[in-house]
Design a protein around this ligand. Structure first.
Ligand code: LLP
Length: 429
């Protein structure tokens, strides 16, 4: 039987989240159900914090990874800032903790004028500008509102990072950032605008990156640029190193997070500390590395079936609840919530949901013990990009979410109802 990092552990053959039985949670709140461990979130946040203790820094948690208000509030309470990419995410931060708005960085290639104005009015920390057009629009909005915007150009460092092609961002062929070679000229132009202040450089090379070397290389390029910008007379106060640190989705190849966080911090801060003092303030935008292992998706077995030689375990969660396996060929570990030694013999089976597409699966060829309809399964490492990518495809209401802290359980999002789904629509004709 495998053990999991803090958060999810077997006690007497039954999986628990912190001090609470997952079968009990499933019974009380129904399935599919997202379960998060507050303990694990706090621990991972603190581990990252400690790894960067030697430099002035702020962890700006990437809201897109999991944007539940209670999770944002928990992190804000620990001092986190936030990385946002839309007006909706900005509103979430505002509702989670108003004063955290001062620690918000705004990334994204398609910010609209309304979103820029909203962010200006809310006095965020930094706009990570991704194009010349955005720079001009931001200048117009800022002077309309007479609010000064701190900007960091998001540069594309042209650094390859081994990850799924959909979530790699740091190459010239990707839509993100401006070519690093154009940055000086753009900053010169930005500085001519009365309401823009060139305050930093930002980058983000991709997500689920296991090797720390690409972070080092990207930071070397960013530092080189910062030195040029300082020489050009800009007051560069921030370097935003983005997010992207990967996790291990495979419990047979576990990663010690303390060790990994230290290697990551070393890779990023080594080029950074080569600059002259005073060092800029380092910003980081971690999402997955904080929240992914702290959350799991609990689902109930509906049917067991065989088509020829192939076995299928049909469960009540589907690709609309967790799209990562279908979209990125991600492999999330799945185990029964009740696990006895007598059940150690494994059979190969696909775990699939009720959605009408062959692409709807949660695992392909998983090795699972013989299962019984009605029992619960736990899909691990689903805390990041699980619920935040959930949809209503096939008119399926989205799952409920609970946050467990010790033995305390909080329902942090109630299960959607069919009524919720239909209320925005009109049958006009
Ligand atoms: N900063 C920026 C500008 C980003 O685009 C992202 C993620 C992050 C920070 C956070 O990256 P993290 O630390 O979580 O790797 N849905 C995909 C991942 C998409 C990542 C998008 N950007 C998945 O499920 O793997």
């Amino acid at each position: 039987m495998f053990t999991r990092p803090p958060g999810f552990t077997y006690k007497k053959d039954e999986l628990h989240c912190d001090g609470v039985s997952i079968n009990r949670l499933a019974k009380k709140f129904g399935t599919p159900l997202y379960v998060y461990s507050a303990l694990a979130i706090r621990e991972r946040y603190r581990t990252l914090e400690r790894a960067f203790h030697h430099v002035r820094h702020t962890l700006c948690y990437s809201v897109k990874a999991n944007s539940n208000l209670s999770i944002l509030r928990l992190l804000a309470g620990m001092g986190a800032g936030f990385d946002i990419v839309s007006g909706g995410e900005l509103e979430r931060v505002r509702r989670a903790q108003k004063k955290a708005l001062k620690k918000v960085v705004f990334s994204g290639v398609g910010k609209t004028a309304d979103e820029l104005r909203l962010a200006l009015r809310n006095g965020i920390l930094l706009f990570n500008v991704e194009s010349e057009g955005e720079l001009e629009l931001l200048a117009t909005c800022a002077s309309e509102l007479r609010k000064t915007a701190n900007i960091a150009l998001r540069v594309n460092p042209d650094v390859p990072a081994e990850t799924h092609p959909y979530i790699s961002t740091g190459l010239r062929e990707h839509k993100f950032g401006v070519p690093i070679g154009n940055a000086r000229e753009l900053c010169r132009r930005a500085a001519e605008h009365k309401y823009l202040r060139v305050a930093g450089v930002s980058l983000h090379i991709g997500s689920q990156i296991g090797d720390v070397a690409p972070f080092h290389l990207a930071m070397e390029r960013a530092v080189e640029l910062v030195m040029q910008l300082l020489a050009d007379g800009h007051n560069i106060r921030f370097i935003d190193a983005g997010g992207g640190l990967g996790i291990s989705y495979n419990s047979a190849a576990p990663l010690d997070f303390t060790d990994q966080a230290h290697r990551y911090a070393e890779a990023i801060t080594e080029p950074f500390l080569r600059m002259k003092k005073p060092f800029p303030h380092l910003l980081l935008e971690p999402g997955r590395s904080i929240i992914a292992p702290a959350g799991a998706l609990v689902t109930r077995v509906l049917y067991l079936k065989r088509n020829g030689n192939k076995r299928f375990t049909i469960v009540d969660a589907a690709m609309n609840d967790l799209i990562r396996p279908s979209l990125y060929q991600a492999r999330h570990e799945i185990t029964p919530v009740t696990f006895t030694r007598a059940r150690s013999e494994r059979v190969q089976s696909d775990v699939a949901g009720p959605i009408c597409e062959s692409g709807d699966f949660l695992a392909r060829d998983a090795m699972l013990p013989a299962l019984t309809p009605g029992e619960n399964l736990c899909i691990f490492d689903a805390g990041a990009y699980g619920m935040s990518l959930a949809s209503n495809y096939n008119s399926r209401p989205r799952a409920a979410e609970v946050l467990v802290e010790g033995t305390r359980v909080r329902l942090i999002r109630r299960r959607e109802t069919i009524k919720d789904l239909l209320q925005e629509e009109a049958a006009c004709l």
